[in-house]
Design a protein around this ligand. Structure first.
Ligand SMILES: [Zn+2]
Length: 345
């Protein structure tokens, strides 16, 4: 299963290798970085390195010793993964309790034992409290790796007990180079903007026809503003698109509309390919209302992680969007205060 290190992981890998060369492996490691950076792959590389019988000089695992073969077959007894039983669900106290029981036993081989918890912020309160016990009572030769793209959502009591490693995003050039190696050649700049510098996300945009879907959603969104389609109908359709980052898209469209109100050039937009439509629409909108919609989108992004009804959320946003163009004023009020747009991802 020998996989290469992703090129934007080199720095983080060098940091991890120091733990090995200096023989001071932490008890718990918190790897954080945006979604689409391959944080889990980095953790897997580190785990296989620690479990391997004869790692290479780069510290990557050899790929053919008995440990590596067990790992490849997903049957290594000293490699444990704790994740939600279904995507989007929480990691439960039951799962953490059974982990604690497993950890009372010694590792079966002479190397390390590695536990990966991903996504760590999905532990519910009870699970997180129980998990603290793992951190407070160290187990021999065991490394616990927590992976998250939302470190702030982890309890401070957990964060403070972990060594932290942040995976940085590659620059546009490195992302473009890597995507071309994966046979993605078109729309590289747009992909960089849409993925916010997360190459694996950019790759899925290109491969899963997400770009086309985004265009379709944008067309529906425009139709709502033009009163050609009812917002509730669009919300019903969008609710079915479970794996699509619609909130992110809408936020980026609203930010671009605000930028268009300030006469920004196409190049400076998140969605340069939608410039003409956005520019035209921006001339019919009130800046203050756009800011209100932007606030609602930010709030919705916070609520997204909770058990909120997604369809109602889309309805609320789209109805506000539908009403934004109700009493169209030509020309913008020139007393609207300039506001700083917070970076988002
Ligand atoms: Zn090996």
């Amino acid at each position: 299963m020998q996989k290469e290190l992703l090129p934007w992981h080199y720095q983080a890998w060098a940091h991890l290798c120091q733990f090995i060369t200096q023989n001071r492996l932490p008890q718990a490691l918190l790897i954080s970085g945006s979604r689409g950076l391959g944080n889990h792959q980095l953790a897997e590389h580190f785990a296989s390195s620690l479990l391997c019988d004869s790692p290479q000089s780069s510290h990557l695992s050899c790929g053919h010793c008995s440990s590596c073969l067990l790992l490849a077959a997903e049957t290594h007894p000293d490699y444990l993964i704790v994740k939600p039983e279904e995507p989007g669900k929480t990691i439960t106290i039951g799962q953490i309790r059974s982990l604690i029981t497993r950890l009372t036993l010694k590792p079966q081989f002479e190397h390390y034992r590695v536990v990966i918890i991903n996504p760590a912020e999905q532990m519910n309160n009870a699970a997180a409290n129980a998990f603290l016990k793992c951190l407070e009572e160290p187990t021999e030769r065991t490394l616990i790796v927590l992976i998250t793209d939302k470190p702030a959502q982890l309890p401070a009591t957990i964060r403070s007990r972990c060594q932290k490693l942040v995976v940085e995003r590659p620059n546009q050039e490195l992302q473009g180079k890597w995507l071309r190696q994966q046979n993605v050649d078109d729309n590289l700049e747009l992909l960089y903007n849409l993925s916010q510098g997360s190459p694996l996300l950019a790759q899925s945009y290109a491969n899963d026809k997400l770009l086309m879907l985004r265009k379709q959603c944008f067309t529906a969104w425009l139709s709502v503003a033009k009163k050609q389609i009812h917002p509730v109908m669009v919300a019903e359709d969008w609710h079915k698109l479970t794996e699509v980052p619609l909130l992110f898209w809408m936020t980026s469209w609203v930010i671009d509309l605000i930028k268009c109100c300030y006469q920004t050039q196409a190049l400076n937009l998140f969605n340069p390919d939608l410039y003409e439509d956005l520019k035209e629409l921006s001339q019919q909108l009130e800046l203050t209302r756009l800011y209100m919609l932007y606030d609602l989108l930010l709030l919705s992004r916070q609520r997204w992680e909770t058990q909120v009804n997604k369809q109602s959320m889309y309805e609320e946003i789209l109805i506000q969007w539908f009403e934004i163009t109700r009493d169209t004023r030509h020309g913008r009020p020139d007393n609207t205060p300039t506001r700083h747009i917070v970076a988002f991802n």
